[in-house]
Ligand binder design. Structure first.
Ligand code: HEM
Length: 400
């Protein structure tokens, strides 16, 4: 077996399936032994400590989005917001930001999301055991985002199928054919649904996210190209629909494992902190990538200009130098802010919307279901890039 440039042989043995199963033990070892290291399975360097990840993302002179990123280009198209820099990136942000800014979100979020969350929470009363991911949090998350975008009439099951399929392609770092082919089929279906709406919005703009994708920041009388709209729409679909629900699911799991769910029932004002701790404990998106704009040496590793570096926010959030017992969910944790929304120019556009949606979802949940515990069917968790409970079976019964 070859020895890596850093001379650390165990790094060579890391493969994507091991990362998918549980990346945290590997991150802990990297933080201790190799905080900046080339990982052959990802063909990139990984940064894993809190201070390094935060500083690297904040340094917008040293870093930029990678000029090529085959998986994201294949899934979302070239020039998508995640890999755009400079003017192109500014244009993409101009199209997604207007309905996601703090003030805008505050003006509509309660009216938009609370009725959806209340309706979905009422359905939970029908049975004393349920999978809270599939039966509550994903529907609230997808329907909430779809309403903001202006496609709230698309059924929740269709939205969930769309985002599960596209996300399968966005995380396809093994570059298998099937996830891309399935995603292409779904993207064709999405375009068929969006096209008549876009044609209508060209002449009659409204305040929806889709309307902003078309018009925001464009010179009068012109609209953004369909390719640019679809690529941003798909990124909002995958990240935006999935992540708030998954952050909430992780939060519920942590609260139940630690026996602190009752505390947010008694005091709902704790819910935003509970969600922040869920986002820290298991980052829904485990890492973000950047490219170096010049030669740089980090922890003795020489990175030539153009090196791709994955900033593992999931690892940073558990750095023992910053967080005591970081592998535990602690409702009343104090300490630095988690890095789960990334940093620098690409800092998550939907961070306010996502946190607010998760807050309302948990407020309605605790109001309707004040007693909850993990059911025998249990839960499952996978993923290094996207990680959250895939299923989380819960029961309202007090005895098994
Ligand atoms: C609450 C859960 C969410 C998490 C954990 C999350 C996380 C992230 C992360 C890690 C990035 C990459 C940041 C970087 O490269 O530095 C990102 C980017 C992005 N997110 Fe989110 N996100 C969430 C919710 C949302 C929502 C609800 C939306 C849309 C409504 C959204 C839209 C976006 C967009 C458009 C970008 C690209 C920003 C850019 O490249 O400039 N996200 N998100």
């Amino acid at each position: 077996m070859a020895v890596t440039a850093s001379g650390i042989r165990w790094i060579d043995e890391i493969d994507i399936s091991a990362l998918e199963a549980d990346p945290y033990p590997m991150y802990a070892r990297m933080r201790a032994e190799a905080p900046c290291v080339f990982v052959p399975a990802l063909n990139a360097h990984l940064l894993t400590t809190y201070d390094d990840v935060r500083a690297f993302l904040a340094d917008t002179e040293l870093t930029q989005a990678p000029s090529t990123q085959p998986v994201l280009e294949r899934t979302f198209g070239p020039g998508n917001i995640l890999i755009a820099n400079g003017e192109v990136h500014r244009d993409r942000r101009a199209s997604v930001d207007p309905p996601l800014r703090r003030r805008a979100v505050s003006s509509y979020i309660d009216d938009l999301v609370r009725p959806i969350a209340a309706e979905e929470a009422a359905k939970l009363r029908r049975s004393d055991t349920f999978d809270i991911v599939a039966e509550y949090l994903e529907p609230v998350s997808t329907r909430g985002l779809a309403s903001m975008l202006g496609i709230g009439d698309v059924p929740s099951e269709t939205l969930r199928r769309w985002f599960h399929t596209v996300i399968g392609a966005a995380g396809n770092y093994a570059f298998l054919d099937e996830p891309f082919t399935r995603s292409d089929e779904v993207i064709a279906e999405i375009k068929d649904v969006l096209e008549p709406r876009l044609r209508r919005l060209e002449t009659t703009p409204d305040g929806t996210g889709l309307s902003h994708l078309l018009h925001a920041g464009m010179p009068t009388g012109t609209v953004r190209s369909r390719d640019d709209i679809y690529s941003s729409f798909l990124i909002e679909l995958t990240g935006g629909m999935q992540e708030p629900g998954h952050a909430a699911a992780t939060t519920v799991l942590g609260l139940l494992q630690e026996g602190t769910y009752g505390e947010i029932v008694d005091d709902p004002a704790l819910i935003p902190d509970a969600i922040a701790e869920g986002l820290r404990w298991i980052a829904p998106i485990g890492g973000v990538f950047r490219e170096t704009t010049r030669d740089v040496t980090l922890h003795g590793e020489e990175l030539p200009k153009g090196s791709v570096v994955w900033c593992m926010v999931a690892s940073a959030n558990r750095d023992e130098r910053r967080f005591t017992d970081g592998e535990r969910y602690e409702l009343r944790r104090t300490g630095p802010t988690h890095l789960s929304f990334g940093g620098g120019r690409h800092f998550c556009a939907g961070n306010v919307f996502g946190r607010e949606l998760a807050r309302i979802a948990l407020e309605e949940l605790t109001a309707v279901v004040p007693t909850l515990r993990l059911a025998e069917a249990g839960w499952s968790m996978r993923g290094w890039l996207f990680r959250s409970p895939q299923q989380l079976h819960l029961t309202t019964a007090t005895e098994a």
